[in-house]
Design a binder for this molecule. Structure first.
Ligand code: CMC
Length: 432
């Protein structure tokens, strides 16, 4: 017999043995613990899924205490240094790094799908003038669902792979077209460049005389995409899986994931960090700002993580990359505030005792801003990188025979059954 957890229910005096596998018990195994035979059985209560594994996954591993992030076993720093985003996307989706031929085919398949349907472009062009980039991206991705009649055949591997490639291929184009629409500029069609280079060109071609994609910025952006490619069961990925579990096409699931990413506690944090640094305005005002964070007036954006209780390994790489980018763009004046804010926070007991460290969003916005992206596009850049993870996790869910429609339970605290009150006579006859 394997490891078990012995439980004594003091309400009934009964003993139970619950199997333990991979340091985990199955929540449904607790259902046999009941007082009366027709009870529902014991549930677990876990708001925010603080201690609930929702799936088995072979894609990404995080050791939050040690600050380790692995994709299919490979450390993130090695991937970021030696592999392009499309190679890492292949690894995440297919399970192994591609050889030369596989890379060529994968890259070719993706770059052949970068154009978006006219109907989707018309949706983008119909948005009001606003900087709500993530709202636009949600709608644009959902609009793709109307263009591919076969996309709902989620059990067919080839159909599934076609949509996954389309999502990875088209999200930079959607993002760039949204930006061009917001800034009142004509679209620039995709061209045969690298994944990041094509995106930069679609964004910025024609915005400055003789604009050319700078190779160092192209490489830096590609690394940023790698750093955002997957992060196991985070909020947006869980939404991707949750929506996917009712088996709509992946465009609808990805649109939901983008919605989840938009929030300031998740991917919207990179935009919020910039607003915070601008609000602080000068290094002199940092101590006062920190005091207000400690009082609970607001959170230090770009700090803290549900899983990392150590320095986020992605933040470490981004911080190093900032120098490389600023050599090309000139430094971001907010960098000094960010560096000092980090130093002060890391030495402060409030942050130390809660194990709050800079996360991936703390420095990324500074780099994006230096590259010329407006703040509302920062979470969109996160979404471009994360699409590889979303589609890989979605496919893993679809193929997993243990998965079912996501349908949590609740602890009902409302009124018990009761009769509606009798209506006043006048009102009742009026309705009759
Ligand atoms: N500033 C100040 N206090 C914080 C912060 C912060 N950024 N993050 C957590 N805390 C405190 C929190 O107030 C609580 O204190 P206490 O125990 O006294 O009540 C304690 O730390 C634990 O916080 P929590 O809210 O229970 O932690 P969580 O795991 O639910 O939240 C988080 C994780 C990322 C939402 C949170 O740390 C946060 O809001 N950070 C700021 C937003 C941010 O940078 N988000 C990006 C996350 S990384 C990339 C991504 O996922 O997109």
């Amino acid at each position: 017999m394997g490891d078990t957890l012995s439980i004594k229910d003091k309400r009934t005096g009964r003993d139970y043995e619950v199997p333990i596998q991979a340091e985990t018990i199955k929540a449904v195994d607790l259902r046999k613990i009941r007082v009366k035979p027709d009870d529902f059985g014991l549930m677990t209560y876990d708001p925010g899924f603080m201690n609930t594994a929702s799936c088995r996954s072979s894609i990404t591993f995080i050791d939050g205490d040690k600050g380790i992030l692995l994709h299919r076993g490979y450390p993130i720093d090695q991937l970021a240094e030696h592999y392009s985003h499309l190679e890492v996307a292949y690894l995440i989706v297919c399970g192994e790094l591609p050889d030369e031929r596989q890379h060529r085919q994968w890259r070719g398949a993706i770059m052949a799908e970068t154009e978006i349907p006219d109907a989707t472009n018309r949706v983008i062009q119909s948005f009001p003038e606003s900087d709500q980039s993530m709202g636009m991206l949600v709608s644009a991705i959902a609009a793709l669902s109307t263009c591919y009649a076969d996309a709902g055949k989620v059990d067919d591997p080839e159909t599934r792979r076609r949509q996954m490639i389309r999502l990875i291929a088209k999200i930079p184009t959607l993002a760039a077209y949204i930006y061009r629409h917001q800034s009142g500029r004509p679209i620039v069609h995709p061209s045969d460049r690298s994944y990041a280079g094509n995106f930069l060109n679609m964004m910025f071609a024609g915005t400055k005389p003789n604009y050319e994609v700078h190779p160092d910025l192209e490489q830096a952006l590609d690394v940023l995409f790698v750093l955002h490619a997957d992060h196991e069961q985070n909020c947006s990925t869980s939404v991707m899986r949750c929506i996917g579990s009712s088996r709509p096409d992946p465009y609808l699931a990805a649109a939901g994931a983008v919605g989840a990413l938009a929030g300031p506690l998740h991917g919207g944090a990179n935009e919020a960090v910039l607003e915070m640094l601008e609000a602080i305005g000068s290094t002199k005002r940092i101590p006062e700002y920190i005091e207000r964070v400690k009082k609970g007036d607001f959170r230090l954006m770009g700090f803290g993580h549900r899983v990392y209780k150590n320095y986020d390994p992605r933040a470490r790489i981004i911080k190093r990359m900032a120098d490389q980018v600023f050599k090309v763009t000139g430094t971001n004046p907010l960098l000094d505030i960010a560096l000092e804010l980090e130093q002060i926070a890391l030495q402060d007991d409030y942050f130390k005792s809660r194990k709050l460290y800079p996360n991936v969003d703390f420095y990324s916005g500074l780099i994006y801003q230096a590259m010329g992206f407006p703040a509302s596009m920062f979470p969109v850049l996160f979404a471009i990188g994360r699409m590889a993870g979303w589609v890989a996790q979605w496919e893993e869910l679809i193929k997993d025979p243990e998965q079912k429609i996501a349908r949590p339970r609740q602890i009902y605290e409302g009124p018990a059954t009761r009769d509606v009150p009798a209506k006043a006579k006048a009102e009742a006859s009026e309705r009759a």
